[in-house]
Design a protein around this ligand. Sequence first.
Ligand SMILES: O=C(O)/C=C/C(=O)CC(=O)CC(=O)O
Ligand SMILES: [Ca+2]
Ligand SMILES: [Mg+2]
Length: 407
Amino acid sequence: MNATSWVDGADTGPYGLHHLPYGAFSTAKDPAPRLGVRIGDQILDLRALATGQFFLPWIRPAFHEQGLGGFMAMGPPAWRLVRHQLTELLGDARYRDQSETLLVPVAKARMHLPFQVADYVDFYASEHHATNLGRLFRPDSEPLLPNWKHLPVGYHGRAGTVVPSGTPIVRPRGQRKAPDGAIAFGPSARLDIEAEVGFVVGVGTELGTGVSPDDFAEHVFGAVLVNDWSARDIQAWEYVPLGPFLGKSFATSIGHWVTPLDALAAAKAPAPAQDPEPLPYLRETDRYGFDLSMSVRWNGTEVARPPFAGMYWTPAQMLAHMTVNGASLRTGDLFASGTVSGPDADQRGSFIELTWGGKEPVEVGEGSPRTFLEDGDTVTITATAPAASGGTIGLGEVTGTIQPALE
Ligand SMILES: O=C(O)/C=C/C(=O)CC(=O)CC(=O)O
Ligand SMILES: [Ca+2]
Ligand SMILES: [Mg+2]
């Protein structure tokens, strides 16, 4: 198969022919959101392509939807077929003349949520993150709670407040316990980020069934970057004993582009060995994670490089765990890895870890140092992965700027 594209500049950037992520966009001329595939700095309009004879008749309706739901629900045969066709179209210069008119520059597009988020689950799969947060939130106990190595701990988040990258984030208000023990109310003073990787379910399941970790790729369509904004003061007071609630539900940002699993084939990497061995339903025939190198920039300054490959629980184990009780999956379910933190101090995917609870401020350029987020601060998370071509692909970015709290 052709490895190079006729689209100018595509081969040398993070959106070459080996990537082809999907998103939803609109333009000033045509404000209705529609689906597209990214190549270089361009978006190929899939709705326009589906209006012609390009896709098979049974696939076309999916590309007349505003989001990826219909296409994702069709499953791996449709995903592979479309990816193959798009690779041909964008790789073979003979198609250039007829397809060039269907390209829209990214700079001219407004991006929307790529899919309607059905349910949103957030895990806690980094041993380093869980250990750090244990030390910070529960200094008098063992940092890792006894269940942590037996199951991927998680919680159900709020699907309706998942927003596309670039959406302004209004500082949440809420209750917290002041150091003197008084109950205070007001804007969060410890607003934080969580750099995560999310996985999107394409093919759902029936209630009362479960999914084996070995069937991960039969259900999961692709990956997207996630920032699980977290108000640590609200969280610390409210979370006992039922877990995160309003400290995290005010907003969760996701990237504009969903990277198909096939584009991550070259990024598969052995996941850490597990001790103790988990129960049979969590055992994988072929245990792997993904070698994604993440970067967190705070007002433009890179403050962390979290490594996703070291996550203790794999996405396949997360999927098996969230369905083992018979809970069904729906197209558009989003499950995120939890904060990605590595063993080193500059590999921590949240600011509560990076600044060690606000005790060790970091420099982020003008107006710094910082402990937690100030109004006007911008955080941008990016990630790269090895590509089949030997180069890298980029998973885009998830960015957001903090707005003042409501009066
Ligand atoms: O340990 C705690 O009480 C809290 C942990 C978190 O806030 C982390 C969380 O939301 C899951 C994650 O992103 O890893
Ligand atoms: Ca989280
Ligand atoms: Mg959140």
